[in-house]
Design a protein around this ligand. Structure first.
Ligand code: PLP
Length: 424
């Protein structure tokens, strides 16, 4: 099957909220779900853009500002010590979430985008030369394309792209065909945000390692749906965003292998990342602080820790079965809507349904759905080259989370029938 398996029992960090997955009980934890949009209850299907937050995350963030509001790492007073302890505890939760070997290899960043930029600018840019190649895939988010274009422009290296097939998959053959001794860096999405395709990440890492490339994985859409084990994957770098795993915006994590991080020069300088500064020379702080210049998103990191607690406390196989059930139900229901074309029909997918409706522009679809309380995303989903591949400018995208129900899908389908009536 795929690399995305249900979370293991051993990864639990707090008592389980449920043993059998009880979606109504879980929904009660998310205050934003319980509101009306006009006369309609909110049906939130924009989870690939950002997930809603459970009360425990909201409480964790607000308790930082209410009680432990201080800058971290350098303060000797109690508030600073408490905030530092909570922030570093959160780092260890993130380490466990990724099964990273150490907290030194677990770097807090603003999100996936900043994680990839860190790798591009601190690892790749000083090392790549003309004739070298950077391999990505055709389904990447712009944040896993543009940083590599910047590196290519600065170094003379070439950006090489592994194509997707009509189902929205990157086959092993298509990927392997683009690898050669010239490939120095490989960076690909674990899961596609626009199509939901799960890539065979572990196999791709093996193939890339066989030609000696360094591998970075964009985990933004994988981390919310299944456990990530960076040691099992064998990748060199792995980035994800807090806000997609039910945590705050503006915080994320980059895992990097120690030997690579130690050899890298930071691309951002400032407070906290130094050991000793003189006007002549500066030496770096130890890992991971060397890559964390300036005051970090302290409440965000602590909120992310609470989100990881929440997610990993859910019974893993029951959660996976629930998400699979809603995806299969949604796929079948959308197939039955006349004039609807699904974009992205990969065999292995997470809960993302991208589609077109004949006669209606995706933004019209989104606007009509919003009038009946259904929130979907419309547009190119920051994947313009992928849209070009399918010869379309945009799609409407319904993306699911752990609190999504079959009833949400029914509301979506009812809204789509309304779209049909208005535009056919
Ligand atoms: N990669 C993928 C696959 C994404 O879906 C996203 C966000 O949608 C990103 C990267 C960028 O994440 P962020 O904006 O949180 O840095």
């Amino acid at each position: 099957m795929t690399d995305l398996a249900p979370r293991k029992e051993s990864r639990r960090v707090t008592a389980p909220a449920t043993v059998v997955f009880d979606v109504q009980r879980v929904r009660a934890d998310f205050p934003a779900l319980h509101q009306q949009i006009g006369k309609h209850p909110l049906v939130y299907l924009d989870n690939a853009a950002t997930a809603l937050k459970p009360q425990s995350v909201i409480d964790a963030v607000s308790s930082v500002y209410a009680h432990d509001c201080a800058n971290i790492h350098r303060g000797v007073h109690t508030l600073s010590q408490r905030a530092t302890q909570r922030y570093e505890d959160a780092r260890d939760k993130a380490r466990r979430f990724l099964n990273a070997p150490s907290v030194e290899e677990t770097i807090f960043v603003r999100g996936t985008t900043e994680g990839i930029n860190l790798v591009a600018h601190s690892y790749a840019r000083p090392r790549l030369r003309e004739g070298d190649e950077i391999l990505i895939t055709e389904l990447e988010h712009h944040s896993n394309i543009v940083p590599w274009q910047l590196v290519a422009q600065a170094t003379g290296a070439k950006l090489v792209v592994a194509p997707v097939n009509d189902a929205g998959e990157v086959t092993e053959e298509a990927f392997a065909n683009k690898l050669s001794a010239r490939t120095k860096v490989v960076s690909f999405a674990h899961v596609s945000n626009a199509l939901g395709t799960i890539l065979p990440a572990k196999r791709f890492v093996e193939l890339a390692k066989a030609v000696g490339a360094v591998v970075c994985i964009d985990g933004a859409q994988a981390a919310p749906h299944a456990p990530v084990d960076v040691q099992d994957l064998g990748c060199d770098f792995y980035a994800f965003s807090g806000h997609k795993v039910y945590g705050p915006t503006g915080i994320g994590v980059l895992f990097g292998k120690r030997e690579l991080l130690e050899a890298m020069v930071p691309y951002q300088g400032g407070g906290d990342m130094i050991d000793r500064v003189t006007f002549e020379e500066t030496t770096w702080n130890a890992l991971p602080y060397k890559f964390e210049a300036g005051t970090p998103h302290i409440a965000g990191g602590i909120g992310l820790g609470a989100a990881i607690d929440y997610l990993t406390a859910l019974e893993p196989s029951a959660l996976a079965a629930h998400e699979r059930d809603v995806l299969e139900y949604g796929t079948a229901k959308l197939h039955d809507v006349p004039g609807l074309r699904l974009i992205g029909t990969a065999k292995h997918k997470v809960g993302v349904l991208s589609f077109l409706m004949s006669g209606a522009h995706p933004s019209d679809v989104g606007t009509v759905l919003d009038q009946v309380g259904v929130a979907v995303r419309t547009g190119h989903h920051c994947t313009q080259p992928l849209m070009d591949r399918f010869g379309i400018p945009a799609t409407a995208r319904a993306s699911m989370a752990l609190y999504t129900t079959r009833a949400d899908i029914d509301a979506l389908v009812a809204g789509l029938h309304l779209v049909r009536e208005m535009f056919s």
